[in-house]
Design a protein around this ligand. Structure first.
Ligand code: KMH
Ligand code: ZN
Length: 277
C-alpha cells in the first residue's frame, strides 16, 4: 500500500439511527446538510458520507431527496460526495441498489451481514456482488465498509470475482465498535489492517461512541485515514455533547496535523480514491 503524506477526513454527519427529536443539532434538512458540508470542508473534511432524511426527518432512499442532496453538495462544495447504500436496517435490498441512480461520486458498500445492536444489518453476498458490478458500470467509486474481520475476506472474494472497482483504487473504511461487530480497539483495528488484500490502496477507520477518539488516534498511528461525525458519535468529551459536526472534523484535523499528516485537499482525496474530477 502506498504511503500518503496527508490525511483523508470523511465526515458522516447524520446516519440513519438517531432521531431529530433526541438530537435537534443533527443535520437532517437539505439546508442543514449544505451548511454542515460547507463548514466541515473548511475545517478539513474532503469527503462526506451521506444518509438522507425526509420532511419528517426520517431516513429515506427516495430518489428525489438523494439527487437533490448530491446536486446541492456538488454546487456548494468540492467534497467527494458519498451516498450510503447501507441506509437503515429497515431498508429493502432492492431499494438500496437504487441509490446509484443519484449518481454520487462514491457509494458505501458493506462487505457482509452484521449484528447491529438489537437489529441485523443485512448484506448477503449476492447483494454485495450486484452493487459492486453496478458501481463499476456507473463509474461510482465504492468505499468498502468493514464492520468485522470476516468482511475483509468477503472483500477479497469480491475483488477476485469482479476485478478492481471503477477508478482502479480500493479504499476501505473500518467501522469499529458497533455492538455485534469488531470492537473499537487498536488491537482489532491492527488485526483488520494486517488482513487487507494486496489490492487495497488506502484505508480509514471510525469508532462508534466512546471508541471514536482512540480509534482516530490508532488509525493515524497505523497510517490510516479518518472518518468522524455524528453518525458515529455524539459525545465530544465526557459530559459534552457534539453541537456541530464541524467540531469533530476540527479535532480530527488537529490530530492529523500533530501527526504531521495534515488534512488533505479535496483534489488529493479524488486522486487517492480514484474519483472522477
Ligand atoms: N445505518 C447502518 C445500518 C452505510 O452507510 O453503508 C448502515 C450504515 C452503513 O450506516
Ligand atoms: Zn452510514
Amino acid at each position: 500500500m502506498a504511503t500518503t503524506p496527508g490525511t483523508l477526513i470523511t465526515v458522516a454527519p447524520t446516519g440513519a439511527e438517531l432521531s431529530k427529536g433526541d438530537f435537534p443539532q443533527l443535520p437532517t434538512t437539505l439546508e442543514e446538510l449544505v451548511e454542515t458540508a460547507v463548514a466541515c470542508e473548511a475545517a478539513g473534511a474532503s469527503m462526506i458520507h451521506l444518509h438522507i432524511r425526509d420532511a419528517e426527518h426520517r431516513p429515506t432512499l427516495d430518489h428525489g431527496h438523494l439527487k437533490a442532496a448530491v446536486d446541492a453538495l456538488r454546487e456548494q462544495t468540492s467534497l467527494v460526495v458519498q451516498l450510503s447504500t447501507g441506509g437503515s436496517v429497515h431498508d429493502p435490498l432492492e431499494q438500496r441498489l437504487t441509490v446509484l441512480d443519484a449518481e454520487p461520486d462514491s457509494c458505501s458498500l458493506t462487505c457482509g451481514t452484521t449484528n447491529f445492536g438489537d437489529d441485523v444489518f443485512l448484506n448477503p453476498y449476492g447483494f454485495m456482488s450486484d452493487l459492486y458490478v453496478q458501481a463499476q458500470e456507473r463509474e461510482v467509486v465504492p468505499e468498502f465498509e468493514l464492520f468485522d474481520l470476516g468482511h475483509v475476506a468477503a472483500l477479497a472474494r469480491l475483488i477476485d470475482a469482479h476485478g478492481l472497482p471503477f477508478g482502479g483504487k480500493v479504499h476501505v473504511d473500518f467501522v469499529t465498535g458497533v455492538p455485534g461487530g469488531m470492537p473499537g480497539t487498536p488491537a482489532a483495528l491492527v488485526a483488520g489492517v494486517s488482513m487487507l488484500p494486496a489490492e487495497v490502496t488506502s484505508w480509514s477507520a471510525t469508532g462508534i461512541g466512546r471508541t471514536h477518539l482512540p480509534i482516530a488516534a490508532a488509525a493515524l498511528a497505523a497510517g490510516g485515514h479518518l472518518r468522524v461525525g455524528m453518525e458515529d458519535n455524539v459525545v465530544f468529551a465526557r459530559g459534552v455533547p457534539v453541537q456541530h459536526n464541524r467540531e469533530l472534523v476540527e479535532r480530527a484535523a488537529r490530530l492529523a496535523e500533530l501527526m504531521q499528516r495534515p488534512a488533505m485537499s479535496t483534489g488529493d482525496a479524488r486522486a487517492l480514491l480514484g474519483v472522477k474530477d
